[in-house]
Write a protein that binds this ligand. Structure first.
Ligand code: SAM
Length: 186
């Protein structure tokens, strides 16, 4: 299944840390791409450093108009899954979501325009209480992929973590070059 994430909505003060975390969760929880606007270009750089160190070709695309993206993804047979606390309970829609081929997950940053609710194929609530786009996205991806995303190995990684009960065990798969400091990712 192919999953991409679209982050819409601007806050009065741009919150780069939350946006970075939305991108990192998308990558680590099995999506292949995030599309966003009004994002600091440094976020793209951060994600590409993470890709280089830990593997995967997860993409970040900075976009101008989210409406165009929504419409073009719909015509490219993506199902639009909008995360909102007002939507249907995840427990009742997850079996249907697992059967889809291509999904575009839409997360907001603040109040989301009505049009998104209407364009969405599924408006999905991760519980009917307000919380966070990062948490909502992580849970949605995990419910759809049922943990299989955590079995995935990245053959192009420079470093690979060996899960251990205590401490840290990391295999270095290449010789690090100047600038590839592992401390950046600890
Ligand atoms: N009251 C806002 C709204 O219109 O949903 C909450 C905004 S919240 C800070 C930012 C985003 O987090 C929302 O647009 C939604 O994508 C996601 N979110 C927050 N709580 C959620 C929930 N219970 N279920 C699904 N998504 C949620």
């Amino acid at each position: 299944m192919k999953i991409e994430v679209l982050r819409i909505g601007q806050r009065l003060v741009r919150d780069d840390r939350v946006t970075t975390h939305v991108a990192l969760v998308s990558r680590a929880f099995g999506a292949s791409k995030i599309l966003m606007y009004d994002a600091n270009p440094e976020i793209k750089e951060t994600v590409s450093k993470v890709n280089k160190m830990w593997g995967s070709d997860f993409q970040v695309e900075i976009i101008e108009e989210w409406k165009k993206i929504l419409k073009s993804k719909k015509s490219d047979s993506y199902k639009i899954v909008h995360l909102t606390m007002y939507g249907e309970n995840i427990n009742s829609v997850e079996p249907k979501l697992r059967k889809e081929d291509k999904i575009l997950v839409v997360v907001g940053a603040e109040k989301v325009p009505r049009e998104v609710y209407d364009l969405a194929d599924y408006n999905v609530a991760i519980g009917s209480q307000p919380h966070s786009e990062i948490a909502a996205l992580a849970i949605l991806l995990d419910r759809i992929l049922e943990g299989k995303q955590f079995q995935k190995k990245h053959t192009d990684a420079q470093r690979e973590i060996v899960p251990t009960k205590r401490g840290k065990q990391v295999i270095s798969k290449t010789t690090l070059k100047y600038g590839d400091r592992k401390e950046d990712f600890e």
